[in-house]
Design a protein around this ligand. Structure first.
Ligand code: SF4
Ligand SMILES: [Zn+2]
Length: 367
């Protein structure tokens, strides 16, 4: 019997998988800490227009929730990219500078506006990952670039504190700051029992009140199809969550369909045929239902940029390229233009034979 089979609770399973990952990473070759994990520029939906995003993924020690006693979230494999030990300020700043120097000319010469997304596979506001001084120095550099108009960082709610937010907004002056929070679902049971997020809805509400009082935008990530839900239950949970977030007047809702990340609990279930990533049909069903009832989202951005789309590990229909590509392209167009017609008109996307299989099986866990 494998060790995984001996443990009982979901949290125990996650912790065991996680500790194996940590051991593996600590034994492997040390990772470069003077270069970021990755960075890129691509088209993006800005608040009121199409523009570009400049994304930088910084390498830090790793998410404290995943490294701590709770083992992290069931779908998350971000520790793969983490350093595990403290990354000193000078290296965090070198990572940022490396990406910034490579792209600053392209950004400054562009006629379009940019959003900069600073991600670190954890929490930007967690001092154990990125110190106050490093945050300050990075934001100072961003503040000097006129056509970077939006800044997005992500954080668990426990690190969102008024003094940190005020420090950042003071540096940015007129620029728009948006803090992304991985809420995943507005349902406490799903979030904590199936995702192991360690976050209650009331704490999320307290954080968004604080962010609103500081005049800072709120981006919320929702997870489409957490483990242990079938497609229909996943659709229902996502629609309910979006409706509640619209009522709370957040600024951006980002739907993240699960992708199978290495050494996560979801990967463990997937390997045993106990989990399948969501179908594209489900994501479009969610979008259609929302856009039918809210043709005008009152300036809320509704976005989705799925990782691994069209592959076995990502959101997909059948594995035919043309079936997935149709969905990928319409989704991209919708996100950039926020034009509900693209989603509401079913003629726009795949009506492949696999739709029959999907309809027959969407109420079962294994499809
Ligand atoms: S999803 Fe976010 S909070 Fe959860 S373990 Fe991964 S990085 Fe940490
Ligand atoms: Zn198909």
């Amino acid at each position: 019997m494998k060790n995984y089979e001996k443990v009982k609770s979901l949290k125990d399973r996650i912790k065991l998988l996680r500790s194996n990952t940590i051991q593996k990473i600590l034994k492997s070759n040390p990772k470069k800490i003077d270069h970021p994990i990755s960075f890129w520029i691509k088209e993006d939906r800005l608040r009121n227009e199409k523009g570009k995003e400049f994304t930088i993924i910084l390498r830090t020690r790793g998410c404290s929730w995943a490294l701590g006693d709770n083992g992290g979230c069931s779908m998350c494999g971000y520790l793969q990219d983490s350093y595990m030990n403290k990354v000193e300020d000078k290296y965090i700043i070198q990572q940022f500078d490396y990406a910034f120097q490579k792209k600053i000319e392209e950004i400054s010469n562009s006629k379009e506006n940019f959003s900069i997304k600073l991600y670190n596979s954890g929490s930007f506001l967690d001092d154990d990952e990125i110190s106050e001084e490093a945050r300050y120095k990075i934001f100072k550099k961003i503040a000097e670039v006129p056509n970077i108009t939006e800044i997005v960082i992500e954080s668990r709610v426990e690190y969102i504190e008024e003094f940190k937010i005020k420090q950042l907004t003071r540096i940015l002056k007129e620029k728009y700051l948006e803090i992304a929070i991985g809420l995943e679902s507005t349902d406490d049971y799903i979030r904590n029992n199936y995702i192991n997020k360690g976050l209650v809805f009331q704490d999320f509400i307290n954080s968004i009140k604080l962010l609103k009082s500081c005049n800072v935008g709120i981006r919320v990530y929702l997870l489409l199809k957490p483990p242990f839900l079938n497609e229909q239950a996943a659709i229902d949970d996502c629609i309910k969550s979006i409706n509640e977030l619209i009522d709370l007047k957040v600024n951006t809702i980002s739907i993240n369909p699960v992708n199978i990340q290495k050494d996560s609990l979801v990967e463990y279930l997937w390997r045993q045929n106990r989990y399948r990533p969501p179908w594209f049909y489900s994501l479009f069903k969610v979008l259609r239902e929302i856009l039918k009832t809210h043709s005008n989202l009152n300036s809320i951005r509704l976005i989705s940029d799925p990782s691994g789309a069209g592959t076995k590990r990502g959101i997909h229909n059948c594995l035919k390229k043309e079936c997935n590509n149709l969905m990928i392209n319409v989704l991209k167009d919708f996100v950039l233009n926020q034009d509900a017609k693209l989603i509401l008109d079913k003629e726009n996307y795949s009506q492949c034979d696999c739709l029959i299989k999907y309809r027959l099986q969407k109420d079962h866990i294994l499809i």
